[in-house]
Design a protein around this ligand. Structure first.
Ligand code: IMP
Length: 194
């Protein structure tokens, strides 16, 4: 059992996610420290990221004593794939991968895509689960570009930065605009006040 009232645990086995989140956390002056906990969560196939996140959070509740959160994200190609891969992002990345996604798209200039992230946070002092969301819009890159980031980063060009994929940005640059950065910013605002 884990317990430290000034520590917030991020349950993840993804070192890239943890790096992004800890960089943001470090910059904020709050009374809480961040720690990674790599314990197995149960992932269900559901219709929304929120349902996936809540199920994951509850699946480890019995192993945790303090405050902790999980984060679930998805890549959605709105045009022309009507939101695919969305909640199937993990499976699609492991199977057809970024190359497979590119093969499904004809007109890259007209493509519309976004990343969404949701943080499900169990806050021990009030015994409540809270949700914080983030979203970043952009399009699909014609080619796989960049060495940074992870997952679908090499094929996503955010609207706000001209013609660079997420994988061509530094962690700091990605964090400033990303879905995860936004969701975490909201969690940190909450922690500042509580
Ligand atoms: P997860 O369930 O939140 O771990 O993410 C679902 C899928 O989306 C995984 O295959 C991740 O690699 C991918 N993914 C999540 N966040 C990002 C991101 O920030 N950039 C690129 N791919 C991501």
């Amino acid at each position: 059992m884990t317990n430290n009232e000034n520590t917030v645990y991020f349950i993840t086995g993804n070192k890239y996610k943890f790096r992004e989140v800890s960089e943001i956390f470090k910059k904020k002056k709050i009374k809480y420290d961040l720690e990674q906990k790599d314990i197995k969560t149960t992932e269900i196939q559901a219709q929304t990221l929120k349902d996936v996140a809540l199920f994951k959070l509850n699946s480890v509740k019995c192993k945790m004593k303090g405050s902790f959160f999980i984060e679930d994200a998805g890549f959605f190609v709105d045009i022309p794939l009507e939101g695919f891969p969305g909640v199937y992002s993990s499976y699609v990345l492991k199977t057809i991968g970024n190359e497979g996604i590119l093969k499904l798209i004809n007109d890259f200039d007209r493509s519309v895509a976004h990343f969404s992230a949701i943080i499900a946070f169990y806050f021990k002092p009030i015994d409540k689960t809270l949700f914080f969301e983030g979203l970043v819009e952009g399009k699909v890159s014609k080619t796989i570009r960049g060495k940074g980031g992870f997952g679908f980063d090499p094929i996503f060009i955010p609207n706000i930065i001209l013609d660079k994929t997420f994988a061509e940005l530094s962690t700091e640059e990605k964090n400033k605009i990303s879905h995860r950065g936004q969701a975490l910013g909201k969690l940190l605002e909450f922690l500042e006040k509580n």
